[in-house]
Design a protein around this ligand. Structure first.
Ligand code: AHR
Length: 496
């Protein structure tokens, strides 16, 4: 099998926003408790923050961390989670039928973000919450005024405002599972009012409005259109979510999941253009793909009123990692549209990182994230791909090769991200760069395994790891690399 990719450094899609490599931490299962905060662990610091989790996150370089939900936020009272810990009430968490002890709240999260070198992307409760509480949270986090909630923050040990820039206006408000679910027209009013008040309190704030919860929903795009048309001036990003599954046990189709992701991005690009055109606006709205991952095996969503129950503890294999690679490649390809994206989630809950009290495990999906986040810098280039099709199960014939490319002029480097979806044969890939000669190959990394269902486990934690590969600059303008069956490859090459 052979494929070619034609490139030109002038064919630029747009600057890659590093925030597409962001994460999501929800009060759900063992994500916060026992994940990022675990005072009983020998691996925790004096504040209870897991040092090994922070260290494992570092190579992923996540610029933003979305928090505290997810579904959790839609019945969360943030005021329960600040002040002296012994006075904080335990509460029922409607979303996951769990007990929320409130031992980790806004101040702990801000301190954790600082320790983890990330920035908060706060979600507000537009389900059961009210606008006063939203405004108080903005005051608590961002204002330096001599007023009650800013004073409370100072009394709780934080003199300076946290300066939270990015705020989500609720979560999945079209979903029947969501506390306070409402029709689009009602949510649009809530979101617009909240956005206006929040921006009125702090002009530096950016807002992310809920779109529909997924392409499978009857509300898809129409909810989004309603929200965008009504709230356009108060909205900076519209949110999209997707969880991929191989429920049908049709791996060939599952591995072509990138086609579906591309389709969603196309849909949103069209929708945003439509609303912008209809409103005759010069303002721009971008996409925040703030929940994405593979999720279908562990659907345990009922915490049986326990604190930190084991929920959504999905174990990931090689195929899942190849699907995750396609999400990030799609976001790189559509750098003009996608400015924020958050893998859901970061630890223990549908996550690249798993913990036990004295141990940490990197799942397969950790690796493509690290590989792309480390290499994708500068601008996204359009890859013109000619390659074979393969039999992609219920999807019919699909391209065997998925590719994205970044160009970092400052470092004189092109990074090429290649997912070979087909499992029958290696793919000999030729990359031609029209306008500049290649220099030397700087690195090649390959993630694959002879068993596509292989996973990293506590017993065999390094079963699936990226390995170094080779690529050859054949003549000045041509590079060759062989992609193994069902693999993800990154090539970093110098350009003159
Ligand atoms: O990430 C798990 C859940 O999936 C989130 O809480 C919710 O927003 C989505 O339905």
């Amino acid at each position: 099998m052979a494929a070619t990719i034609q490139l030109d450094t002038q064919f630029q899609v747009g600057a890659i926003d590093r925030r597409i490599f962001s994460g999501f931490a929800e009060h759900l299962g063992r994500c916060v408790y026992e994940g990022i905060y675990d005072p009983g662990s020998p691996r925790a610091d004096e504040r209870g923050f897991r040092k090994d989790v922070i260290a494992a996150l570092a190579p992923l370089g996540m610029p933003l961390m979305r928090y505290p939900g997810g579904n959790f936020v839609s019945c969360y009272n943030w005021k329960d989670g600040v002040g002296p810990k012994e006075k904080r009430p335990a509460r029922t968490d409607y979303a996951w039928h769990s007990v929320e002890t409130n031992q980790f709240g806004t101040d702990e999260f801000m301190a954790w973000c600082k320790a983890a070198r990330t920035a908060p992307m706060m979600a507000v409760n537009l389900g059961t919450g009210n606008l006063n509480d939203v405004m108080h949270l903005v005051e608590y986090c961002n204002l330096d005024t001599p007023t009650y909630w800013a004073d409370q923050r100072r009394a709780n040990g934080q003199a300076r405002p946290y300066g939270v820039k990015t705020w989500c206006l609720g979560n999945e408000m079209d979903g029947p599972w969501q506390a306070g679910q409402v029709p689009a027209e009602v949510y649009a009013q809530r979101a617009k009012a909240a956005g206006r008040l929040m921006k009125g309190m702090d002009r530096t704030i950016e807002t992310v409005a809920c779109g529909s919860s997924g392409r499978w929903m009857g509300t898809y795009l129409e909810y989004d259109r309603t929200v965008l048309e009504y709230g356009w001036n108060e909205i900076d990003y519209i949110s999209a979510h997707r969880y991929s599954n191989n429920d049908a046990n049709d791996s060939a189709a599952f591995l072509a999941e990138g086609l579906e992701i591309d389709r969603i991005l196309e849909d949103y690009a069209g929708l945003i253009r439509y609303v912008r055109g209809k409103l005759k606006s010069d303002k721009q709205v971008h996409l925040s793909f703030d929940e994405w991952n593979v999720w279908y095996r562990d659907r345990s969503e009922d915490g049986r009123w326990q604190a930190a129950p084991h929920l959504l503890e999905e174990a990931y294999n090689v195929e899942d990692a190849l699907v995750c690679a396609q999400y990030l490649s799609a976001f790189v390809r559509r750098a003009d549209l996608v400015k924020i994206a958050c893998i859901a989630q970061i630890v223990n809950v549908i996550a690249p990182i798993m913990t036990k009290r004295d141990g940490l495990l990197l799942q397969t999906i950790y690796h493509p994230f690290r590989m792309i986040a480390e290499a994708a810098r500068g601008v996204s280039l359009t890859p013109v791909i000619h390659g074979p099709l393969y039999k992609a199960g219920k999807r019919g014939d699909a391209p065997a090769l998925d590719a994205a490319v970044s160009y970092d002029e400052g470092q004189a480097e092109i990074a090429i991200f290649l997912t070979h979806r087909d499992g029958t044969a290696p793919l000999e890939t030729t990359v031609a760069l029209a306008d500049k000669p290649f220099g030397g190959v700087r690195s090649v990394e390959i993630l694959t395994h002879k068993d596509p269902y292989a996973a990293n486990t506590w017993e065999a934690p390094h079963a699936v790891m990226p390995v170094k590969g080779t690529a050859t600059v054949v003549d000045g303008h041509t590079l060759r690399v062989t992609c193994p069956p069902k693999s993800f490859t990154t090539v970093r090459v110098a350009v003159a």
